[in-house]
Design a protein around this ligand. Structure first.
Ligand SMILES: *[C@@H]1O[C@H](CO)[C@@H](O)[C@H](O)[C@H]1NC(C)=O
Ligand SMILES: *[C@@H]1O[C@H](CO)[C@@H](O)[C@H](O)[C@H]1NC(C)=O
Ligand SMILES: *[C@@H]1O[C@H](CO)[C@@H](O)[C@H](O)[C@H]1NC(C)=O
Ligand SMILES: *[C@@H]1O[C@H](CO)[C@@H](O)[C@H](O)[C@H]1NC(C)=O
Ligand SMILES: *[C@@H]1O[C@H](CO)[C@@H](O)[C@H](O)[C@H]1NC(C)=O
Length: 371
């Protein structure tokens, strides 16, 4: 079995350094963020002063406010897949399937299984669109699920081994951001979910009603309005409107300002950008008590909505631990209502994921460490 992290949002190359984040290096990250924000601010100032393209290729305001949308990914087939999967309010759930993850008995199986084992989550499968990068994965997808779509890679090859932070990894993550932006332009709200996220409860009952952009976190500090939380792009709920369409363009163009960064790292750099607050984008960071993962568990089984195999590299480690997680969940679901309330079960994971970074490093599967 190929051991790859492709298709996933492996933000935490810091891995075991997660604790360090919340203390020392947090300050450092903030300082870097302040300096970059300052520079970005200068760039914007320059742009307004000279009313021309920014020296750092920051998108000009006309890019953002132009009435003409590019509809980069407009395709009647995509339109039809989205329309078929859509809820009444034009909301779809989207995941992107990497080839190895779609193999029988692998991640996609577990992902679909979680919807069946979850508490009132089965209906959500009718609204799930699985995106693939190649013909073979597309065919496999259709054998397992009714809404699949093969997305053009724009020259990239995302089939086979795509290692964290390798050039094709970056290209793939940016292609994903671009695509999700065009879904918004087509008028669809979406929940984007990595395939290594288990859906155990209906998240729509938990999402904020008034937010434009809500995103899960690796580590959550208890304040959903605090942008200092570390968002994880593997799970987000975005409503289609002027602000979010603009924001996705801003995010995508900003890759030129931060070359060599993946979309999540760029999000961390632009989330406090003055233009974002000027556009009045309402952003919320989701609590790990509901949207947890291996970085920070959603400890209460009575509240958990999703669990992400984050802070983990390698397909085998993820599959191993998520199988155990689903067993924990099955035991919980088999309990009586009374037991559910009073027994306070705890997760038996992470196991292999806990040490996956050391093992991957030995195998040189992480080409670069970066926060
Ligand atoms: C959408 O659903 C219709 C009716 O069920 C079906 O005929 C059509 O093939 C579907 N389109 C796609 C792209 O799945
Ligand atoms: C789902 O959760 C609700 C509320 O927490 C509970 O009343 C119900 O029994 C659960 N359903 C199943 C099948 O466990
Ligand atoms: C993409 O890469 C994989 C493995 O690295 C290779 O098998 C495949 O032929 C490539 N596809 C294309 C279209 O180049
Ligand atoms: C949460 O964060 C926001 C934004 O930083 C801040 O304005 C607010 O006071 C914080 N709330 C609490 C309870 O700390
Ligand atoms: C924002 O959306 C409204 C309709 O909801 C539309 O009339 C308006 O032109 C949009 N504004 C921009 C700047 O795109």
């Amino acid at each position: 079995m190929k051991d790859t992290s492709a298709g996933d949002t492996v933000e935490n190359a810091a891995g075991d350094g997660i604790k360090a984040w919340s203390s020392g290096s947090h300050l450092w990250v903030r300082r870097v963020m302040h300096v970059t924000m300052f520079l970005a601010g200068l760039a914007v100032l320059w742009m307004f002063l000279y009313n021309s393209a920014s020296p750092f290729e920051f998108p000009t305001s006309s890019d953002y406010f132009s009435a003409e949308s590019s509809k980069a990914d407009y395709d009647p087939k995509l339109e039809s897949v989205l329309a078929n999967a859509s809820m009444k309010d034009k909301t779809v759930i989207i995941t992107i399937l990497n080839d190895a993850w779609a193999e029988p008995g692998s991640m996609f199986d577990l992902f679909l299984e979680s919807f069946r084992l979850g508490n009132e989550t089965q209906w959500l499968l009718n609204h799930l669109v699985a995106i693939t990068w190649d013909q073979k994965t597309y065919a496999r997808c259709l054998a397992m699920h009714k809404h699949c779509y093969q997305l053009g890679t724009k020259g990239g090859n995302f089939t086979g081994e795509v290692f964290f932070m390798a050039p094709n990894y970056l290209q793939m993550m940016w292609r994903r951001t671009e695509f999700l932006g065009s879904v918004l332009e087509m008028g669809y709200n979406f929940v984007f979910t990595d395939t290594d996220i288990m859906w155990l409860r209906d998240p729509f009952k938990i999402f904020y009603k008034d937010a434009d952009f809500q995103i899960a976190c690796d580590v959550f500090n208890g304040n959903s309005s605090d942008l200092n939380n570390f968002p994880n792009g593997g799970f987000k709920y975005v409503r289609s409107n002027n602000r979010t369409i603009w924001f996705y363009k801003f995010w995508f163009y900003s890759r030129n300002v931060y070359p060599g960064h993946h979309e999540q790292s760029v999000l961390n750099n632009i989330k406090m950008h003055p233009l974002v607050s000027r556009m009045k984008l309402k952003m919320r960071l989701l609590s790990t008590s509901y949207f947890g993962g291996f970085c920070q568990l959603a400890e209460d089984f009575n509240r958990v909505s999703t669990m992400h195999a984050n802070c983990c590299v390698g397909l085998e480690s993820k599959v191993n631990d998520l199988k155990i997680l689903l067993e924990d969940w099955k035991k919980y679901m088999a309990m009586s209502e009374n037991e559910k309330k009073h027994s306070h079960p705890s997760w038996s994971v992470p196991q292999l994921c806990r040490t996956s970074f050391q093992r991957a490093k030995k195998k040189k599967q992480i080409t670069k460490r970066r926060l």
